[in-house]
Design a protein around this ligand. Structure first.
Ligand code: CRA
Length: 797
């Protein structure tokens, strides 16, 4: 963008308020101020955006398209201002006319089109792609409702719709009706032989959906590059309106882009989800192929200009859909279409949990996407034929796409692509050795690792202005554009004035969070206590319950001996449970009741506080992460593919309390064993239990009185109002043999927590570790991660 002055900004800002809302600056609402600023930002980048679009076409740049069912950007105002290099100028200009930029920031609603780490990672990549100058665009769905809004009522999670999208649309998007395409679902299809021997698909009774793209700006950091996140919305096609005569029919169409993850416990819900996936994939790919066609290059070489990334299994239909478009719409023969498709496609696996690897019932698949069903059947048939006689038939049976009337989407993505990556070193190893080992036998060359990363500007400069200013003072401003310069802090670890400056920044951030807690929950938090934080989706493998068990132990210790010396602790939780995940919801109830129990017990003398923060989302994370002293990353080893909040916490000067799981291992390698606190079984120990079937939680319970006392607290009335939930949890731990090994890891966990309490008393040594963590956090930048994708997988830079 061109050079901007404060005066120019103020003038256009006021004029825009007049044009859009017919108000003077001093009458406008925060929402009006916010939208006006957003609109100006879009105007500032418009020429860069257009230039970007044109140069990709003109220079025929190879482009990557990142297909993801989730994107979780949170708020965009600050990121956009920062990346444009006008944050300070705009903040000052607004202050000059009595507008507080923070009020505008508050007015923006979180764009929460995702669930957790998967979607947030996609958004970090959207920030990093233009920043490294790579032609990489997102493709997703413009859900009208984001992930549910969580309220806690009587300790229970209640889910409310998250109507994030204002009726005028998001200020960051541009609707592009002229780029709309039609997507066909349902009906039947047969192949009619043509004179030249080719088979032409003839469709009957199909339903047509009109897919309209909304392009959301993605601004690179200080480099004039603007990319696109293309989100698809559904509309009723006027041409086919007779297909949808009743209101119910129409509503059903509109619902396709209403919700992220519709409840899929019924067949109807599953159908909706399958339609969503196909809708996004088909609309995206039709447009991509059409713009490639404009280059007048051979269709069978589309891989030279286009890379398509399948982020987790949800967009895996990209493989057969590209085949369909190439063959049916552009007349490419099967073998050529297959060869290029495999080179276009790549896939990231984000989890070892088998329930998350999607499988579709063949009947449903055939009903909704009959042509795709045919193509998948053919891919599967050819795969079996190709490998027959070359490898053990068992391997073929277990790696083929269609098995027992189910379509295995991960298998489709692996077979139909050229790259499969895991998201942390350990995770990739586990894919190779265990989860996908038979694919590794067939395609060893496809496997690679890309450890996750985070958009460091958001998680430092935006989320933690206090720390950022301190870093400027200590090591200069270079770190703002080159995060690796944080390593300059290595020279300052033991300097006591530096240590106390970091301490003061942390205390100020803790105060800010404490103010929020006071305002929202009316609980007073002592900021000299250790702020011990576990924020992430609620899942049994993440073991929020292990944290709870430790809190119970501390409570019992304090009750038994009220004079006990203990470093005061504040335990902070934030977590959403999937609506149908009963156990997770019980854990939320337990945490809330435990919080009520300890927070109002004056005999504990403020040594123990527990808070559950409602509606954890990106914005809340930006408040919580900078205020944490301890980052809880305590999943059962081998289960957390990577984790990304672990990286955010370390960058903001929290010490990590962790199992050797996911990216925790790489954090340990980065900071050294003395600067992280590791406990519990490693992956080999966990796997040894799986192999030997020798785990016995009841034996631990029977033989360890401390554990017995803690576990019994779930059922002996210690925690009020949790009769039902307490029994459910007790049963999971004892009657059902504690699937995630909480009991085995408990003793070590509690000991390491005691070590942390002692360490915190030694401020110098604590702060040296804190600074060491910040100094080494640069390697988890998503700019670097995405550079790996761009070079090794997509070949776009
Ligand atoms: N839940 C993993 O569990 C990982 C993110 C991003 C997850 C995390 O450990 O950091 O992906 N997996 O790679 C997932 O969504 C479907 O699988 C996650 O967010």
């Amino acid at each position: 963008m061109e050079q901007l002055t404060k005066e120019q900004f103020i003038k256009t800002f006021k004029a825009q308020l007049h044009t859009d809302y017919l108000v003077d600056n001093n009458e406008a609402t925060a929402e009006e101020h916010f939208r006006t600023l957003g609109k100006l930002i879009k105007q500032y980048v418009m020429s860069d955006w257009l230039r970007r679009r044109d140069e990709i076409v003109k220079e025929q740049k190879k482009t990557a398209y990142y297909f993801s069912i989730e994107f979780l950007p949170g708020k965009m105002l600050q990121t956009n201002l920062l990346n444009l290099g006008i944050y300070d100028l705009v903040a000052e200009a607004l202050a000059d006319i009595n507008v507080d930029i923070n009020v505008l920031v508050e007015a923006e609603r979180d764009m929460a089109l995702g669930n957790g780490g998967l979607g947030r990672l996609a958004s970090c990549f959207m920030d990093s792609l233009p920043t490294i100058g790579a032609p990489g665009f997102g493709n997703g769905i413009r859900y009208k409702y984001g992930l549910f809004k969580q309220r806690i009522v009587n300790g229970y999670q209640v889910e409310l719709p998250d109507a994030w999208l204002p009726s005028e649309g998001s200020v960051w998007e541009t609707k592009k009706p002229h780029s709309a395409v039609d997507v066909k679902i349902y009906g039947s299809v047969y192949l009619a032989p043509q004179e030249d021997g080719a088979l032409k698909p003839i469709y009957e009774n199909v339903k047509t959906l009109h897919a309209v793209p909304y392009d959301v700006i993605q601004i690179g950091f200080n480099n004039g590059v603007v990319n696109n996140l293309r989100l698809w919305d559904v509309e009723l096609p006027e041409k086919y309106e007779l297909d949808y005569q009743t209101l119910a029919d129409r509503r059903r169409v509109e619902d396709i882009t209403s919700f992220l993850y519709p409840d899929d416990s019924s067949r109807d819900g599953q159908a909706m989800r399958l339609i969503q996936e196909y809708f996004m994939v088909s609309a995206g790919l039709q447009t991509i192929v059409a713009s490639y066609a404009k280059m007048h290059l051979p269709m069978a070489k589309i891989h030279e200009k286009v890379a398509v990334h399948i982020n987790d299994t949800h967009p895996a239909m990209a493989v057969p859909e590209l085949m369909r478009i190439l063959m049916d719409d552009y007349g490419v023969k099967w073998d050529d279409a297959w060869a290029t498709t495999c080179k276009v496609m790549s896939y990231t696996n984000h989890t070892v949990l088998s329930e998350a690897l999607e499988k579709w019932d063949t009947g449903l698949f055939k009903e909704i996407v009959p042509r795709i069903h045919q193509i998948v059947g053919e891919i599967d048939r050819k795969f079996v034929k190709e490998w027959a006689g070359k490898v053990d038939t068992g391997i073929i049976d277990r790696t083929r796409i269609v098995q027992n009337n189910q379509i295995h989407m991960a298998n489709l993505a692996i077979i139909g692509g050229h790259s499969v990556n895991g998201v942390a070193k350990l995770h990739t190893e586990l894919l190779i050795e265990d989860v996908l080992k038979e694919f590794y036998v067939l395609f060893p060359e496809k496997f690679n690792n890309k450890t996750n990363g985070i958009a460091q500007r958001r998680w430092s400069q935006i989320a933690n202005p206090g720390m950022s200013a301190l870093l400027d003072d200590l090591i200069g401003k270079g770190w703002r554009s080159n995060i690796h310069e944080l390593s300059k802090l290595e020279a300052l670890l033991t300097e006591s004035d530096v240590q106390s400056s970091f301490y003061q920044v942390k205390q100020a951030n803790k105060q800010k969070l404490a103010d929020y807690v006071k305002k929202t929950l009316d609980i007073d938090l002592p900021i000299d206590a250790i702020f011990d934080v576990q924020v992430k989706r609620l899942h049994a493998y993440k073991r929020q319950l292990l944290n709870v068990m430790h809190i119970i132990k501390l409570y019992q210790d304090l009750k038994a001996d009220p004079g006990l010396e203990m470093t005061p602790r504040v335990f902070i939780f934030g977590a959403k449970a999937a609506p149908g995940y009963h156990f997770a919801k019980s854990v939320i109830k337990i945490i809330n009741e435990l919080a009520n129990l300890v927070n109002y017990d004056t005999s504990l003398n403020d040594k123990l506080k527990v808070v559950f923060l409602e509606n954890y989302n990106v914005s809340l994370a930006e408040l919580i992460v900078p205020a944490a002293d301890v980052s809880e990353q305590i999943s059962t080893a081998g289960k957390e593919a990577s984790g990304t909040s672990n990286m955010k916490f370390m960058m903001n000067g929290a010490l990590t309390l962790a199992t050797l799981d996911g990216a925790n291992i790489e954090i340990k390698d980065a900071v050294g064993e003395d600067n992280i606190v590791i406990f519990g079984m490693d992956k080999d120990a966990v796997y040894a239990h799986y192999d030997k079937h020798d785990y016995n939680s009841r034996a631990i319970y029977d033989s360890d009185p401390i554990i017995k006392r803690v576990v019994d607290a779930f059922i002996d009335g210690t925690i009020p109002n949790t009769h039902y939930e307490g029994h459910e949890i007790w049963d999971a731990l004892i009657s059902y043999n504690d699937e995630y090994f909480l009991l085995e890891d408990f003793t070590d966990y509690a000991e390491k927590q005691a070590y942390i309490s002692a360490l915190y008393q030694d401020k110098n040594s604590w702060q040296a570790k804190v600074i060491k963590n910040i100094a080494n956090s640069g390697r988890f930048s998503s700019d670097d991660t995405i550079e790996g994708y761009a070079k090794d997988i997509w070949g776009i830079i």
